[in-house]
Design a protein around this ligand. Sequence first.
Ligand code: NDP
Length: 297
Amino acid sequence: MTAAVIDGKAFAATLRARVGDLARAFEDKAGRKAGLAVVLVGEDPASQVYVRSKGKSTLEAGMASFEHKLPADTAEADLLAVVEKLNADPAVDGILVQLPLPRHMDEQKVIAAIAPDKDVDGFHVINAGRLAVGQPGFVPCTPLGCLMLLKDKLGSLSGLDAVVIGRSNIVGKPMAQLLLAESCTVTIAHSRTKDLPEVVRRADIVVAAVGRPEMVKADWIKPGATVIDVGINRVPAAEEGKTRLVGDVDYAGVSQVAGAITPVPGGVGPMTIAVLLRNTLVAAHRNAGLELSADAI
Ligand code: NDP
């Protein structure tokens, strides 16, 4: 058996186009564009790439993009002052502070300073709490993107056994909450889990968010299971001095057993920015007091 490939790149392109149409409709109704502010502190090369690509995608979706680049030695108080200014700015619907922050800053304190209704990354404890109790809020982009792919592939997830490998606040925990809300029976596995292969073998849905190249093997997978690979790992390529991206799942082996699988790259990765734009559009509607039906997006 060869698994169906879940094309996250195509799904993300469709979602971005839909967000673009709705962003233009928002502008007509609200008399302004939806706006996303991204704050980057320091010169981490990967963060610079992410911020540039978020800015470009925001403009492509017909939204306003505000970039704030601060030097690495910025005082925490000065970053907090920038966040406060963005909280108060009516042109800004969403605020994203690119992580990781330099070591002298307390990430939790900075995230806590973002107005929860502009926290389009969904990292604020208020939004984590809303997700946990089933109230509307903002859900972290990567796990929400994974859920969209799963629902698109499987329809109803009710009653399915789901195993999430990883318990970070950014991916694993919110992923588990989302699957629970869809009435899956959810197991969260992590580095202390006993006999991980046996735990994973029970799953109809496997979400791997570990950060270990090709850790999940074919003989861990129940035949026909749906496998979502969140991992992004850079490993040496066959060609001297080059690298390539692999996920947390042994794609070649697992795709012989699974029913459906996301590739790396081209699976979960492209969903993250598409969902960020979607969350910004939702924030803009809420901030402007406009309706946006859940079916529209
Ligand atoms: P973290 O490092 O925060 O969390 C990793 C989790 O994996 C931890 O809960 C850890 O357990 C668990 N883990 C580590 N080793 C093992 C093991 N041997 N067996 C079982 N569990 C293990 O990572 P993130 O959640 O931030 O990211 C996970 C992966 O997803 C990374 O590859 C990252 O690059 C990628 N990612 C991709 C995104 C995208 O856009 N596609 C966005 C965000 C992340 P414990 O808690 O016990 O230490």
